[in-house]
Design a protein around this ligand. Structure first.
Ligand code: ARG
Length: 268
């Protein structure tokens, strides 16, 4: 069953690929600015049409990756754990988001001491927090998240630099009966065994699904927003009773981002 969600997004007003901190980013390749604005607006409007509440934060000049709202906080049961970015270029984003929470009634935002790229590497299943490490978020941030958020954390190791954040390799389909979709090869052997043990019914994505950023999807328990090219993953989801909804992310992908990266979920 779909449940109504609350999301925080940031328009790509200042979006560009000005530096390279993941294998998808090539600063010599042009970005179509009007197109990225239209793609973002379409994603925003799709959530609104599904009945979700979408909040926005003011974009800041000089922070081209601020559009990737998912990286700036993890919110569960109204507790907010902020972010600490690995790349100096993104570091100032964390404080803008902290301020947004403070101004919107969240007065106990905890800022992490370890490198922590928030929902980029944290996925809430409804029972535990899946936590990625290997490229961005420090393993120490997993313990910190468990303590601050008061939820059990399961650490997972990412091994493929193209899938540098957990949310490029896995997403949560359903929280009632926790289930996920993921691309096994993005994870270490041991983490693959953990995922098989936790989610015997998981949707297993192909290399093509992963390359098209199909795992950077957003599910409300029924509707799954995913990139236009992720057709085989969409077909698998449809056979499981989910409703795939396609969005074009060509410009965002030039920065290594997709629908989920642009979408922070505020829980409680
Ligand atoms: N250019 C950004 C970076 O490399 C993209 C972040 C995408 N966000 C995400 N949640 N995966 O940091």
């Amino acid at each position: 069953m779909p449940t109504t969600r609350r999301y925080l997004m940031c328009a790509p007003t200042y979006f560009e690929v000005a530096y390279s901190i993941n294998p998808w980013m090539d600063p010599t390749k042009p970005v179509d600015h009007d197109l990225v604005l239209a793609q973002w607006q379409k994603l925003h409007d799709t959530y609104a049409e599904l009945g979700h509440k979408v909040e926005t934060i003011e974009p800041q000049p000089g922070l081209p990756d601020m559009v990737f709202a998912a990286n700036s906080a993890t919110v569960i049961d109204g507790r907010v754990l902020g972010a600490r970015f690995r790349a100096a270029e993104r570091a100032p984003e964390a404080d803008h988001y902290r301020r947004w929470f403070n101004e919107n009634g969240y007065h106990n935002v905890v800022m992490p001491t370890c490198i922590n790229e928030a929902e980029g590497d944290f996925a809430w299943t409804g029972r535990y927090l899946l936590a990625g490490t290997g490229f961005r978020t420090d393993p120490g941030a997993h313990a910190e998240a468990q303590e601050v958020l008061g939820v059990p954390v399961v650490s997972l190791h990412l091994v493929d630099p193209r899938y540098y954040h957990l949310d490029t390799a896995l997403f949560v389909l359903n929280e009632d009966e926790p289930n996920v979709a993921y691309y096994p090869e993005a994870f270490s052997e041991g983490s693959q065994r953990v995922l098989r043990r936790l989610f015997p019914q998981a949707v297993i994505a192909t290399a093509e699904d992963a390359e098209t950023f199909g795992l950077n999807a957003v599910s409300d328990g029924r509707n799954v927003i995913l990139p236009t090219e992720s057709t085989s993953l969409a077909a698998q989801l449809a056979t499981r009773g989910y409703e795939p909804i396609f969005v074009d992310i060509s410009e965002l992908k030039k920065s290594g981002g997709g629908p989920k990266c642009c979408t922070m979920e505020i829980r409680g």
